[in-house]
Design a protein around this ligand. Structure first.
Ligand SMILES: Cc1cc2nc3c(=O)[nH]c(=O)nc-3n(C[C@H](O)[C@H](O)[C@H](O)COP(=O)(O)O)c2cc1C
Length: 343
């Protein structure tokens, strides 16, 4: 007996439209989806990996893991239950996870709130308001990061914050000097009016106008590194914001851990958005060989850091949204158009 698939074509479309709203390194959107029966297979798109900044594919898999969690939430929003299997595939090195729809299950209020946050969320690289994030909100973010085996710590001790800022500043200086990194980043900065991928120029920190944050923000400006001075506190206007700094880690450091960390990242970002906060993910310090381990040492971290997050309340209009490629580009092979019919 053939059992009808649980997801209709329209529902699949909705799930994928939510999944592609996930954050990704430089907005590369390095994911591919394939539906087999009721199993949505998520795979990396190796053509969209950053060979210079991300040679191992750690950020590639973090990005795909975030898309898996967005897809999972969207399935839940349809009133359907699903299971995520992160087990690596011996046949397919590009496999990230399989989301299997298992049957009806009512959506919870919390899931609805997170889904509402999907379209509101965006990376905000502007200066944040000088407002401290309250302890109960910090606790909610830490709890949200306890997803899929990852964990989040909030760095609030003065000395630890200084140590973290120091490592990020060293990473900033190192990346600014690297012409290959500059070339790679420049290839993802977009100046067209509605780019479908990459970083819209309007979403980047205002180069030369001061960064407004004690944490050195990644400098995306495609200028020769020799022409840019390293970040020093004296170059920038006084910093008023008090960002909350979060470290997202995993116990071990396998491709599966990276993808799971991406799913936890998705939960933290959506929880923050739902609480009226803005976030700037930061990975520059994790891209420089040596500095990632310096961070482990200086903060005495027990796990492997996967992402730093600068969190705060917005001060102005914030960054514009970045574009996404149409679902048809990431679904392989495309499902024939039969609106409303089972996929
Ligand atoms: C793995 C990963 C690494 C990222 N690293 C940085 C970073 O170092 N600096 C930064 O400003 N944004 C970083 N981002 C944010 C992306 O640039 C952002 O998600 C992408 O441009 C899409 O924009 P959106 O988040 O507004 O949807 C990162 C995101 C991911 C998933």
């Amino acid at each position: 007996m053939t059992v009808a698939p649980l997801l209709t074509r329209d529902q699949l479309d909705q799930v994928l439209r939510t999944a592609v709203r996930a954050p990704s390194v430089h907005n590369t959107q390095p994911w591919l989806f394939e539906l087999r029966g009721d199993a949505l297979h998520v795979r990396v798109d190796p053509d969209r990996q950053l060979p210079v900044e991300d040679p191992l594919g750690r950020e590639l898999r973090l990005s795909c893991g975030a898309a898996v969690d967005h897809a999972r939430l969207s399935v839940r929003g349809l009133g359907l239950a699903c299971e995520v299997d992160w087990t690596p595939s011996s046949e397919d090195p590009d496999h990230v996870a399989t989301v299997t729809v298992t049957g009806p299950l009512s959506t919870t209020d919390e899931e609805r709130q997170l889904l509402d946050a999907v379209l509101l969320r965006r990376t905000d690289r502007s200066a944040y308001a000088p407002t401290t994030v309250p302890a109960d909100v910090v606790d909610a973010l830490v709890a949200a990061g306890r997803h899929d085996g990852a964990h989040v710590t909030a760095e609030q001790d003065h000395d630890r914050v200084l140590a973290l800022e120091g490592v990020v500043a060293r990473a900033d200086t190192s990346l600014r000097r690297d012409e290959e990194v500059h070339r790679e980043m420049a290839a993802w900065v977009r100046t067209s009016s509605r780019p479908a991928d990459g970083l819209p120029a309007g979403a980047l920190p205002d180069h030369g106008a001061g960064r407004g944050s004690s944490l050195a923000l990644r400098d995306f400006e495609p200028v020769p590194p020799a022409a840019t001075a390293p970040t020093t506190a004296g170059d920038d206007p006084p910093v008023a914001e008090h960002p909350l700094l979060l470290v997202l880690s995993t116990d071990t450091d396998s491709p599966e851990d990276w993808a799971r960390a991406g799913a936890a990242l998705s939960r933290v970002l959506l929880t923050a958005t739902a609480a009226g906060l803005v976030v700037n993910p930061q990975t520059s310090a994790l891209e420089v060989t040596g500095l990632r381990w310096q961070l482990v040492e200086e903060l005495a971290l027990s796990g492997r850091p996967q992402m730093l997050l600068r969190v705060g309340y917005p001060q102005g209009p914030g960054s514009p949204p970045s574009g996404r490629r149409p679902v048809g580009e990431v679904l392989r092979p495309p499902v024939p158009e039969r609106a409303g019919s089972p996929a």
